[in-house]
Design a protein around this ligand. Structure first.
Ligand code: ADP
Ligand code: MG
Length: 247
């Protein structure tokens, strides 16, 4: 029925000292799925994404990428991060480089593309996110929404198989949230596989194929948006959403 997963997380645990931050996380994501991860601050959402991107080492459990353990020695970390890219809340652009250079450097260094090919590919994606007029701007000259669109173009230029988004609009002024969500909605409609940690409930409800609710380092519920938002099976999900919409 469902395709072979791109990413399969089984029995993942992450501990910082004696603080268990992720407890028995099981999640798989197949091609074309958009999985939104919701939950209160401190519930472990970023740590889970950071484990998938190997910015944190799992304490126990497995994360398989096409069936291969990502922590194995055979995994080329830089290539893996090109295939499973990450977009951060704080953009993480190189401040000394222009928008265009930000979008070419990884292609040249990791994918060994020529400068010309890297530039052409970067331009394609900078155009796609509506940033073609700003290719020579440095991050300091750009608004938050513009920086985030460059960061998305940079990830796309690496020809990823899927992208991880960690609260991509949480650091933005409210008037800039829409321009970034529009880009993300378009990517979803084109079939890009994504895991999106977000507090944007309209995005989670309307764009996702699945919504995962996390609390206390545990996945409490993983279901289609209509179940999560209309008739969640776990009372913890219901309580979270009630609090969320009351505020
Ligand atoms: P969320 O993204 O859902 O807000 P996080 O994954 O950032 O949650 O954090 C989950 C828990 O893990 C929090 O209690 C946080 O303090 C703790 N934590 C996250 N990163 C570290 C770290 N590097 N060292 C120690 N504790 C951490
Ligand atoms: Mg977080």
């Amino acid at each position: 029925m469902s395709a072979e997963p791109i990413i399969q997380i089984t029995h993942l645990k992450k501990q910082f000292g004696d603080h268990l931050v992720l407890d028995d996380i099981n999640l798989s994501v197949s091609k074309g799925e958009v999985v939104s991860v919701i939950g209160a601050s401190g519930s472990g959402k970023s740590t889970m994404l950071r484990c998938v991107n190997l910015l944190e080492n799992p304490t126990a459990g497995e994360i398989l990428y096409h069936g291969v353990d990502i922590t194995s020695k055979e995994n080329d970390l830089q290539k893996y991060r090109a295939s499973v890219g990450m977009v951060f809340q704080q953009f993480n652009l190189f401040n000394n480089m222009t928008a265009l250079e930000n979008c070419t450097v990884g292609q040249i260094k990791v994918l060994k593309r020529s400068k010309e090919e890297a530039k052409e590919t970067a331009m394609t994606y900078l155009r796609k996110v509506g940033m073609e007029q700003f290719i020579n701007a440095k991050p300091a000259q750009l608004s938050g929404g513009q920086k985030q669109r460059v960061a998305i173009a940079r990830s796309l230029a690496m020809s990823p198989e899927m992208l991880l988004f960690d609260e991509p609009t949480s650091a933005l002024d409210p008037q800039m949230v829409g321009e970034v969500l529009t880009v993300m909605r378009q990517l979803a409609s084109e079939g890009l596989t994504m895991i999106v940690v977000t507090h944007e409930m309209a995005f989670a409800r309307d764009v996702s194929s699945r919504v995962v609710y996390m609390e206390g380092g545990v996945i409490c519920e993983d279901d289609v948006p209509s179940v999560i938002f209309k008739k969640p099976n776990n009372p913890k999900t219901a309580a979270f959403l009630e609090r969320f919409f009351a505020n």
